[in-house]
Design a protein around this ligand. Structure first.
Ligand code: ATP
Ligand code: MG
Length: 298
């Protein structure tokens, strides 16, 4: 469903972006070590990454910094909890890993395995929940993914610049270590605030551990007016009804090629059950409020 507001995960729900999707998938499968996904807000960065990973069933841990956008700092415990939850989501869906997980993680202090309904979930000892322990687990996940599935393991940081707020710890050394020593771990950093993202990773800073290492960047783009119109037609076709051509053209003009805003209009029109000038005006008012809330957070 094109007009679903959540980031897309299924190929059939992702409009266009064939080239970017194929490129990202190729980079992941070739074990490119450091991939940056940048682009304006609402241009489909998260959807591109999640759809790539799901379409090839690549094991990954996803950490979303957006949750910390209004916070001044992130504690090590919060960081570890986010990792633990996301790693357990991965384990739950990775039946092939279950028999081997305990053996792979057995040498690590500060972590235990708790079986629930036969699934071996990981649990951190709060005293030990350090980024270094997390790095060791990521290394083990990389080895497991290779041995059990012959696939890379991907660690994704969405709105990655937010993780600069991790209190008393810089993650750059860990990223550099994974880059140099773990051939099967791919790091993906997604960010709409490119300046903060580059500063966080130290990509322009010669004294930063990551600086000399090559990386690849994919930038998401705005849709052309022709593509925007096609997106709307396809979306409304899925709903089984079609607004007037004139109003569709107005939506294309006002949304400026941002696929996220096109999706928003489509989703709201679905809720209203129609899309005419009056409804579009209401939707625009709501969109402006939504956008200014987001700007306040930034
Ligand atoms: N290629 C696509 N096909 C269909 N819908 C899409 C596509 N890309 C993005 N969307 C939709 O647009 C909205 C924004 O997408 P997404 O969250 O992936 O973008 P983003 O660039 O990560 O945004 P943000 O910067 O706000 O995090 C979502 O509602 C998503 O479902
Ligand atoms: Mg996003």
């Amino acid at each position: 469903m094109l007009f679903d507001l959540n980031p897309k995960r299924r190929r059939e729900d992702l409009f266009d972006f064939d080239e970017e999707l194929a490129k990202l998938l190729r980079l992941i499968q070739e074990r490119e070590r450091l991939i940056v996904i940048s682009g304006f807000k609402r241009t489909g960065k998260t959807s591109l990454v999640l759809t790539s990973l799901h379409s090839a069933d690549i094991p990954y841990v996803y950490m979303n910094g957006e949750i910390f956008a209004t916070k001044k700092s992130i504690s090590k415990r919060e960081f570890a909890k986010m990792f633990e939850d996301s790693a357990n989501d991965l384990i739950l869906n990775r039946g092939k890993w279950h028999d081997k997980l305990e053996e792979f993680l057995s040498g690590l202090s500060g972590i235990s395995i708790e079986k629930r309904n036969g699934v071996p979930f990981i649990k951190f000892d709060p005293k030990w929940s350090t980024p270094i322990l997390i790095c060791c687990i990521v290394e083990k996940f990389g080895e497991l993914a290779e041995e059990v599935e012959g696939k890379p393991f991907v660690w994704v940081f969405d709105e990655a610049q937010e993780f600069r707020k991790l209190r008393g710890y810089s993650l750059k050394g860990i990223f550099a270590h994974l880059y140099d020593h773990d051939r099967n771990v791919v790091l993906i950093f997604i960010g709409s605030q490119k300046g903060f993202l580059y500063r966080f990773l130290g990509l322009n800073n010669p004294s930063s551990p990551l600086f000399p290492r090559p990386r690849v960047e994919i930038e998401t783009r705005k849709l052309t007016p022709k593509e925007s119109l096609e997106f709307l037609r396809k979306g409304f076709d899925q709903l089984g009804w079609m607004p007037d051509e004139e109003i569709l053209k107005e939506v294309v003009e006002k949304t400026g090629g941002f696929i996220g805003w096109l999706t928003y209009v489509g989703c709201k029109a679905k809720q209203y059950g129609r899309l005419d000038k009056e409804v579009f005006k209401k939707i625009l008012d709501e969109a402006v409020k939504q956008a200014s809330r987001e700007l306040e957070i930034i």
